[in-house]
Design a protein around this ligand. Structure first.
Ligand SMILES: [Zn+2]
Length: 147
């Protein structure tokens, strides 16, 4: 009988498909380093998967006691069938809030967090147009399936 052996490459790709909080942190780190480099981190920022929410994909809050910022991503995104661009878009969206002074100690740049399409503008200005496009396509189908 032939023994089934998982190749190193396959086991690595299996490992990569595991989405945990460590993986989320690596995505946040990637986005911050490559696209939000001009946004100085002024307090500790944490990221984790939250409960499985179908409507709230991500959120950021500032703890009033310890002054840390906490980003929570819906547990639904642990599913590898959700494209990575959609997870990245959600993280980048929360990073825009951070940059704009919402749920971060930074100066508030707008009256409201989603004022006049500021998030989309920010993403475009940071060369993240590809995420905006990926998300627009995905969310259209997703909302259709919600009904
Ligand atoms: Zn938002």
């Amino acid at each position: 009988m032939r023994k089934l052996k998982i190749s190193k490459r396959l086991s690595e790709s299996l490992y990569k498909s595991i989405r945990d909080d460590k993986w989320l942190l690596s995505r946040l780190d990637h986005l911050w380093t490559n696209y939000f480099g001009s946004v100085k981190q002024v307090n500790p920022v944490f990221i984790k998967f939250g409960r499985h929410s179908r409507l709230r994909l991500g959120s950021i809050r500032l703890d009033s006691i310890n002054k840390n910022s906490y980003i929570t991503i819906t547990g639904m995104f642990k599913d590898p069938r959700i494209p990575q661009e959609i997870v990245d878009h959600t993280i980048a969206h929360e990073l825009c809030h951070y940059a704009h002074g919402f749920s971060s100690p930074k100066t508030r740049l707008h009256k409201y967090p989603h004022h006049g399409g500021v998030i989309k503008k920010e993403l475009e200005a940071r060369s993240l147009h590809h995420l905006v496009v990926a998300y627009a396509g995905w969310v259209k189908q997703y909302k259709r399936n919600l009904r």
